[in-house]
Design a protein around this ligand. Structure first.
Ligand code: ADP
Ligand code: MG
Length: 252
């Protein structure tokens, strides 16, 4: 088990009072697994991902990464926040090379790896472009490659497709999943889109309305070898989609 969450709770304190975001959340993520966290808007998904990234501290419970307590956003975790965080004044290369720069690793090996990733994933010719000159899907790929540049053990993605139109979402979803598989990464994806979670992940953890608790867990590991496109045509996709749809409908 690469990641273990046990009995996590999170209560935000602010001037207006307390907000209970998460209550008693427990689950694990296996090495190489792709897990989705699915739940209605405001149920605490981003909060849960921030806890995993070490950016928030739980009010109760603990998170272990490789058996050790998570402490701050260490180099083992690649975190892509909900809003596309590319710097508009830096080129594509300026953005992806930021992580090694900040870590003081301006060495040929880490730069070579980034150049390879960019050309492998169709961005080689765009290194000197500004992010504004790219499509939404390409910007997401740049953001992912920037995150991969740090060779994380665990990749955390917060609604990476939410700013894209429906058609682009599908193809970017394909790309992102292919990259994650090809790099042999373990990933946790946050989404409120049932189809996206079933098309992309091996296991889907459904959260309740706030305070977020684990409502159910759905296994789609049988579809693991298929692309998202092929998965959508598989009977298991429809079956899992329906089951989750009914659960979330009952909640609403
Ligand atoms: P989701 O990502 O599922 O939409 P969030 O995790 O962003 O949900 O938020 C869960 C709840 O916690 C919401 O009610 C939100 O307003 C509240 N919340 C999120 N961040 C903070 C914060 N920093 N301070 C106080 N309340 C917060
Ligand atoms: Mg969110």
């Amino acid at each position: 088990m690469i990641l273990e969450l046990s009995q996590l709770s999170l209560v935000y304190q602010s001037a207006e009072g307390e907000t209970e975001a998460l209550r008693d959340v427990s689950f694990g993520v296996e090495e190489g697994e792709f897990v989705s966290l699915l739940g209605p808007s405001g149920c605490g998904k981003s909060s849960l991902l921030k806890l995993m990234a070490g950016l928030e501290k739980p009010t109760a419970g603990e998170i272990l990464l490789d058996g050790e307590k998570i402490d701050g956003c260490g180099g083992k975790i690649g975190y892509m926040p909900q809003r596309d965080a590319l710097f508009p004044w830096r080129s594509v290369w300026g953005n992806v090379s930021l992580a090694p720069e900040l870590r003081g690793e301006r060495n040929p090996e880490s730069y070579a790896r980034l150049h390879t990733l960019l050309s492998q994933y169709g961005l080689g010719e765009f290194e000197n472009r500004s992010p504004a000159a790219l499509s939404g899907g390409m910007r997401q790929r740049v953001a992912l490659i920037r995150t991969l540049g740090a060779s994380p053990r665990l990749l955390l993605l917060d609604e990476p497709f939410s700013a894209l139109d429906a058609q682009t979402r599908l193809s970017v979803g394909e790309d992102i999943r292919r990259i994650i598989r090809a790099e042999g990464l373990t990933a946790v994806l946050v989404t409120h889109d049932i189809g996206e979670s079933v098309a992309l992940s091996d296991r889907i953890i459904v959260l309740t309305e706030r305070p977020g608790r684990v409502l159910s867990v759905h296994d789609a590991g049988e579809l693991r070898a298929l692309s998202p496109h092929e998965r959508r045509a598989h009977p298991l996709y429809a079956a899992v989609f329906d089951r989750i749809g009914k659960e979330l409908h009952i909640l609403a």
